[in-house]
Ligand binder design. Structure first.
Ligand code: TXA
Ligand code: MG
Length: 328
């Protein structure tokens, strides 16, 4: 990257946040940290600003954006929440839960990819809330990566992925959770979980009725699930300890491979380049995307341990399956 390709990376000082707000109001693109991953933000109410996001990311036009709000009055500008939506918002906001609701006309079709619904989220990370307040408008923000790549969990990765397509990056260090928010559709009589995240199906099912089998619904309703995601530059092999030990060891035996997971890897006759061992599933979630980007640099394949499916592990499994391209 040469100097002119480098976006402006700023510490989250009061001045920088005020400038970020002005940039967004005047139609610019600002990346900022949330508790999940970094977002690429623009004025959600401006068709031109939304268009710029798609261009910068190389994002398919049919994949709608999440609108980030800092107050409940912003929700009423953008959407018509029903009882299910209100219950979820009351319990989980601010936090890593995105709620799909019926949209109001103030949100232009460009932001919601022509759908009659809009996805809203109130992040908990203070830099994100500060940027939204400074802008004075709801902010459309997908993850701040090139489309198809793992989501960025630090400012430097945003800069490398997007270069000067982004006007400014607020650098708040690493994100806390590391995986994107849980996305829930609330437009019918049962909530449908469209994307798993740190807020789990069990937590949601405790307070609202949840559709039990949403696999078809998910494909139909969540445009994002139709596209290739989280793809590193080398193949990802999924290792379920005790189940497919032999298969994976055979696959790894002829290549230079790297490993990530919570357990020690199996033995294989190929070269084990590097391994990343995580203390628990929270660390696995937090480090997953940056590890994919790190390990892809010097191996032929990445072997990743598939964790169980309780708590955040369900979201880790989901992202790994997509990274491996095993979901189609
Ligand atoms: O944690 C997050 O959600 C991060 C941070 C920046 O907030 N954002 C994020 O955005 O992950 P993105 O664009 O990478 O993922 C948005 C997901 C996509 O799968 C998209 O299809 C879905 O939300 N989505 C957005 N609007 C929708 C709608 N109206 N109906 C159904 N799905 C929607
Ligand atoms: Mg994304």
């Amino acid at each position: 990257m040469n100097a002119s390709d480098r976006p402006k990376i700023c510490a989250p000082t009061e001045d920088a946040i005020a400038e970020a707000g002005r940039m967004i109001r005047s139609g610019g693109l600002v990346a900022f940290p949330t508790e999940t991953v970094y977002g690429l933000g623009a004025d959600a109410l401006s068709p031109d600003a939304a268009r710029k996001i798609y261009e910068a990311k190389g994002r398919p036009q049919d994949n709608p954006l999440i609108v980030h709000v800092a107050s409940h009055s912003d929700v009423d500008i953008c959407a018509e929440p029903n009882d299910i939506a209100r219950t979820l918002i009351e319990k989980f906001w601010p936090g890593p839960l995105t709620v799909v609701m019926r949209a109001r006309d103030a949100v232009p079709p460009q932001t919601r990819a022509g759908l009659s619904t809009v996805a809203l989220r109130m992040p908990s990370r203070h830099e994100a809330l500060a940027v939204i307040r400074a802008a004075g408008v709801p902010i459309a923000a997908p993850s701040a990566n090139k489309s198809g790549r793992p989501s960025p969990t630090d400012a430097q990765t945003v800069a490398r992925d997007l270069g000067n397509a982004v006007d400014m990056i607020i650098d708040g260090g690493s994100t806390d959770i590391g995986l994107e928010s849980t996305v829930v559709d609330t437009t019918e009589d049962r909530a449908v979980i469209l994307r798993s995240g740190a807020i789990t199906r069990e937590e949601i099912a405790k307070i609202v009725p949840v559709s039990s089998d949403d696999s078809d619904d998910v494909r139909r309703r969540s445009p994002g699930t139709r596209h290739r995601h989280y793809a590193p530059k080398v193949p990802v092999l999924l290792w379920s300890p005790d189940e497919n030990d032999g298969d994976i060891a055979r696959a790894a035996s002829s290549v230079a491979w790297s490993y990530m997971g919570m357990r020690e890897p199996f033995r294989a006759s190929g070269t084990l380049r590097r391994k990343m061992i995580f203390a628990d599933e929270n660390e696995y979630a937090r480090e997953l995307f940056s590890s994919l980007r790190e390990l892809e640099k010097d191996c032929d394949a990445i072997v990743a341990e598939m964790p169980g499916d309780a708590g955040i592990s369900a979201a880790i499994r989901d992202r790994l399956i997509r990274a491996a391209g095993a979901d189609r």
